[in-house]
Design a protein around this ligand. Structure first.
Ligand SMILES: Nc1ncnc2c1ncn2[C@@H]1O[C@@H]2COP(=O)(O)O[C@H]2[C@H]1O
Length: 307
């Protein structure tokens, strides 16, 4: 089974609750961070909620429990794409982090080197690029579709490309002991993006669902159904996610094959409009259209779930 802790769940606007999830396999203390929008604030919330029961002040000493989880328990990072709301926590925490690998698409690695770790936006904590290289992070771009080991953990990963309104984004398929979990970065629907990236992924996940090996997934639903198609900016709505999942069902053995599949909804965009509750709306729209019978989950910052 996989342990997941949500460090940040929202898709923008404020800095303290941006997309980031920790995942580890049962019996191993080390996590992989799936994106790093908010890290330290999410760890603090997780401690408050009892989501890190194995970390005591005695064990963490001389660090705080928050520091110990950040430095010692996060073993490596996966960055789905280099937008600020997915990397801010990584950049801000870098001066106090220890040597780790960042796995990301080659295109995202270039952005990290050229636009963040460049001594202008931020000191170069990476192992390549301009000026002195402080070397905290080794930025590693495994080839798409190729299996690699995730840090020093029992988990292996395979990266698949996603389309996000012109930005290259990606999904990480994590596997350990014959079980798998899929983490999606920002993505639009194939029909809107004029892409086949999601279709290609559904063809990979279908057989895993048939074998009952896929324990769950995290995928975005940034906007509610009222968002017009020309303002989706590379994101999903309940209607679009449900139609994509209908494709997945076809590759998973047909009607009923997705029943009870846990799907965590991430990256909901907060609103500054008074009286609007995007999460409640998205929850209601997903539930109203859920003839597939999947188990939609709305993890909040600091929550832990076992898959
Ligand atoms: N063309 C655009 N016009 C207005 N806002 C945009 C445009 N492209 C991106 N954005 C905003 O910038 C954000 C970057 O992160 P997201 O993709 O999560 O969501 C995006 C939108 O909120």
């Amino acid at each position: 089974s996989f342990d997941v802790v949500a460090l940040g769940t929202q898709g923008g606007l404020s800095g303290d609750n941006l997309t980031s999830y920790l995942i580890r396999t049962e019996g191993d203390a080390r996590y992989i961070a799936l994106d790093a929008g908010s890290t330290l604030p999410g760890i603090a919330k997780g401690i408050e909620k009892g989501s890190f029961p194995d970390v005591t002040p005695e064990k963490a000493a001389p660090l705080t429990p928050q520091g110990y989880i950040f430095r010692e328990q996060i073993n490596a990072y996966f960055i789905s794409h280099p937008h600020l709301d997915h990397v801010a926590g990584l950049i801000l925490g870098s001066p106090d982090d220890k040597k780790k690998t960042i796995y990301t698409l080659a295109d995202s690695a270039n952005t990290l080197h050229n636009h963040y770790f460049n001594w202008k936006s931020w000191p170069n904590f990476s192992d390549a690029g301009n000026g002195e290289r402080l070397g905290t992070y080794r930025i590693n771009s495994p080839r798409v579709g190729q299996t690699f080991t995730l840090g020093v953990t029992p988990m292996r990963g395979v990266i698949y490309p996603l389309s996000h309104n012109g930005t290259a984004s990606s999904m990480l398929l994590i596997s350990a002991r014959g079980e798998s979990f899929a983490y999606f970065g920002d993505t639009g629907a194939d029909a809107v993006e004029r892409s086949k990236n999601l279709d290609a992924i559904w063809r990979v996940l279908g057989p895993l669902i048939q074998q009952k090996a896929l324990k769950g997934m995290i995928i975005e639903t940034s906007y509610d159904d009222a968002q017009p198609d020309n303002k989706l900016l590379g994101h999903l709505t309940p209607k679009l996610l449900l139609s994509e999942l209908t494709q997945l069902e076809k590759y998973s053995g047909g009607a009923g094959s997705l029943k009870d599949l846990p799907i965590v909804i991430s990256h909901i965009k907060p609103t500054l409009v008074a009286g609007k509750d995007p999460q409640a709306l998205i929850q209601q729209q997903l539930s109203a259209g859920n003839s597939l019978g999947v188990k939609f989950m709305f993890m909040q910052q600091g929550d832990k779930a076992v898959f």
